[in-house]
Design a protein around this ligand. Structure first.
Ligand SMILES: C[S@@+](CC[C@H](N)C(=O)[O-])C[C@H]1O[C@@H](n2cnc3c(N)ncnc32)[C@H](O)[C@@H]1O
Length: 498
């Protein structure tokens, strides 16, 4: 009994930490106790889920996970349900039982959500293309705002989250596509992976991609068939063509076609490239990326130019950018302009400030900020992106920038040691957020203002809590919908040193 009590308090302490609450109340407390109860059951009783595989049951969907799955609960045991929306009364069939949660599928709807929309093709939801496509767009925007609010609540952050800035037409927005090439029923096909699998579903209209990119993919697919190029066989690690990647300039309409192959040479290569250029006259660049490894990573370590330039040119906020195949470039150009405008506003520049733009990519934010600042220092880890950033500064005749190659966390530590003190620090890290060494360097440099551009609310909330401990105050967070129909969430947060 004594041991059970000690265990209970240990669990309570851990849960309070996980929920980010010293003294939590109301629904949070109920959720916390429900989780403690579940954990207790697992320790002291032989745990049996309250449902069995294949069982059918009636339920009301209570919530939506960050992955867009509906949540139904049976005695606090969560069942995750594809294609189910909050408020819907459904008949479920349990498909999988796990220790802490299970999965079920809807066999019938007794009532449907007013926020449900019918997708033109169910494959958009079944693949990673549009996992939120069955949710009306205004509700998608609220969902994204709410996801950030929940992460802030968990980290005890009292930062208001503004309404998500959406698009007038939330389809056909992507300026970049990467599709697998596989053999299906004896035919070379392009399409998209079914969710959580490597099974390719053949598709020609990808819904969220620029329709001109979809047409380009179909043309390249037809030429690959015509020239009998062997599609990649993932299981046997054989065949030639693994993926096709296409980028299209939103303003310039230039096309870059990237052929990702397992081997460097194949007999039809020259003829295929000539045929692509002739079939797609907007093509300014054909690149080959050789990826010889058995891996999920798409691009190989090196790229080779097969035709034209080694980069694509496009514009953003009136500036011109060259973009290499390996460089990061935001995929939704219309929304990127809104995102960067929000970042420029949050930076509050007057023309006298020195700025560090960490994780700067090809220098898009750096060059936009340089027009309002004294000097901007960019940091980026991908060599091709740093070369692009330097070329882009020249292309736009912007002379008050410097771009450094390296890991932002290392470079920041070195600069902090050298006594550098920027007025404004802009960060736009990948999903994993800021490294502890990076945050330690911020503590030494003490920039007066920070702008945090984030693509992951969980790491944003974690990092804002760490920055708050250093004395930073975040006024508000502005979500910008860069990825309509999907569960990805982008936002901008301005911070100032109290
Ligand atoms: C989300 S992108 C932002 C790029 C740019 N700000 C933009 O809007 O186009 C993140 C960038 O960080 C770079 N990156 C990833 N890890 C890094 C690290 N440890 N240090 C520096 N840059 C890194 C990536 O190559 C990528 O260009």
């Amino acid at each position: 009994m004594q041991f059970q009590l000690a265990h209970f308090f240990e669990l309570w302490r851990k849960r309070q930490w996980a929920f980010g609450q010293e003294f939590c109340t109301g629904s949070t407390q109920n959720r916390m106790f429900a989780e403690i109860e579940q954990e207790f059951r697992r320790y002291y009783m032989k745990f049996t889920a309250p449902v069995t595989k294949n069982q059918t049951l009636q339920a009301t969907i209570q919530d939506l996970t960050y992955e867009g799955l509906g949540v139904a609960k049976v005695d606090h045991y969560p069942l995750f349900v594809e294609n189910a929306l909050p408020g819907e009364a459904v008949t479920l069939q349990v498909t999988k039982i796990g220790k802490n949660f299970g999965y079920a599928r809807v066999t019938d709807w007794q009532s449907k959500s007013p926020d449900r929309v019918e997708l033109p093709n169910q494959a958009y939801r079944q693949t990673g293309i549009a996992p939120l496509g069955h949710l009306a767009y205004p509700a998608q925007l609220k969902f994204k705002q709410h996801q950030i609010e929940m992460q802030f609540e968990r980290n005890q952050l009292a930062v208001p989250v503004k309404a998500t800035l959406g698009m007038a037409d939330p389809t056909g927005y992507r300026n970049k596509a990467q599709v697998p090439v596989r053999e299906i029923k004896g035919e070379l096909e392009t399409g998209f992976y079914r969710k959580r699998s490597h099974q390719v579903m053949p598709l020609t209209d990808f819904y969220i991609q620029d329709p001109e990119i979809d047409k380009a993919i179909v043309k390249v697919r037809d030429l690959l068939r015509q020239y009998h190029v062997v599609p990649y066989d993932e299981k046997r690690h054989q065949g030639v063509i693994r993926n096709i990647m296409v980028r299209r300039g939103y303003y310039s309409h230039e096309l870059m076609v990237i052929l990702i192959t397992r081997v460097a040479d194949f007999p039809q290569k020259d003829a295929l490239v000539a045929a692509i250029v002739s079939a797609l006259p907007e093509t300014v660049s054909v690149i080959q990326s050789v990826n010889a490894k058995q891996t999920n990573v798409i691009l190989g370590p090196t790229t080779k130019k097969l035709f034209g330039k080694s980069f694509l040119r496009d514009q953003l906020l009136g500036l011109t950018f060259d973009i290499s195949a390996q460089s990061f470039y935001q995929v939704n150009p219309q929304q990127t302009e809104k995102l960067y405008q929000a970042a420029i506003e949050a930076a509050g520049l007057t023309g006298t400030e020195t700025v560090i733009d960490a994780y700067c990519g090809i220098g898009t934010i750096s060059l936009a900020l340089a027009q309002h600042a004294k000097y901007v220092y960019g940091i980026e880890v991908v060599p091709a992106a740093v070369a692009d950033a330097k070329r882009n500064a020249k292309l736009n005749d912007i002379r008050n920038t410097k771009f450094s190659l390296g890991q932002a966390e290392r470079v920041m530590q070195e600069w902090a040691k050298d006594g550098q003190q920027p007025d404004v620090l802009v960060v736009d890290p990948p999903r994993k957020g800021l490294a502890p060494e990076f945050i330690a360097a911020v503590g030494e440099m003490k920039p007066k203002r920070m702008v945090y551009v984030s693509c992951n609310p969980a790491t944003l909330a974690r990092d804002l809590a760490a920055l708050q401990a250093l004395g930073y105050h975040a006024a508000s967070t502005q979500p910008v919908d860069m990825f309509p129909q999907t569960t990805s969430i982008e936002s901008v947060t301005g911070l100032s040193l109290a």
